[in-house]
Ligand binder design. Structure first.
Ligand SMILES: Cc1cc2nc3c(=O)[nH]c(=O)nc-3n(C[C@H](O)[C@H](O)[C@H](O)COP(=O)(O)O)c2cc1C
Length: 217
């Protein structure tokens, strides 16, 4: 195999334009700073700013990661939705801890969240499921996510069947559809700098409040 390094070398990174950031003026609560940064990323035209990497660990302690969509941010934490029978669902059930990573290249910023994970209630899960479009519900209902798939035809048939079931019983809810919430124990804000003097501000939970620490980049 031809090494990739010749293609990698000319590529630029951290080409975005970060706004001024003064960690000493940062809010007391990291959720407030997340909203500030997220809103700014949206306004700066960041594509899919709500896409994030969810990292989990399996029963053997081996890490796993994949990209998901952020569904909500509340006082409880960061929410996402997926199947409880998926690989991540199984991992989170066995070991309910996770990390989230956001990267917003347009503004040269990244946020890392680490914490414990809890599930939405049955009602919350059902409400979230029924808010999805018919196509997304059929896929969620008809697909055993993360299981080996024999062929494209097999998945088409299963989704078609699920769509017919939903047509006949629109109130149907996938029994595995689950909202998960990452309750933060620590949240780190990383801001790039043109001269590579990047800034890092980490919040750590201290009971009901938060402490902050600057980190070497
Ligand atoms: C931009 C993007 C958004 C995604 N959003 C979700 C999501 O919200 N929920 C989900 O279950 N999978 C989502 N996926 C698919 C996951 O990355 C992953 O393939 C799937 O959840 C199975 O992961 P697992 O086998 O580790 O459980 C998304 C993928 C991408 C690239």
């Amino acid at each position: 195999m031809q090494p990739l390094r010749d293609s990698l070398r000319p590529l630029k990174s951290l080409t975005g334009t970060p706004p001024p950031f003064d960690p000493s003026a940062a809010p007391d609560n990291p959720l407030d700073l997340f909203v500030e940064w997220f809103t700014h990323a949206v306004e700066a035209g960041q594509v899919e700013p709500h896409a994030m990497t969810l990292s989990t660990v399996d029963a053997d302690g081996v890490p796993d990661a994949r990209v998901l969509i952020l569904k909500d941010l509340t006082d409880d934490g960061w929410w996402f939705a997926s199947s409880s029978a998926s690989a991540k669902g199984v991992e989170l059930t066995a070991n309910p801890v996770a990390a989230l990573t956001f990267y917003w290249p347009a503004v040269g910023r990244s946020v890392r969240v680490r914490g414990t994970v809890s599930r939405g209630s049955e009602d919350e899960n059902a409400r979230d499921f029924s808010r999805r479009g018919i196509g997304a519900r059929a896929v969620a209902l008809g697909s055993p996510q993360s299981q080996p798939l024999g062929s494209h035809d097999e998945s088409e048939a299963a989704i078609e069947l699920a769509a017919r079931e939903l047509d006949a019983h629109p109130e149907l809810v996938s029994p595995t559809w689950t909202l998960w919430c990452v309750r933060p124990e620590s949240v780190e804000f990383w801001q790039s700098d043109a001269e590579r003097k990047h800034q890092r501000l980490r919040y750590g939970r201290q009971g009901q409040s938060w402490s902050t620490t600057l980190l070497w980049p």
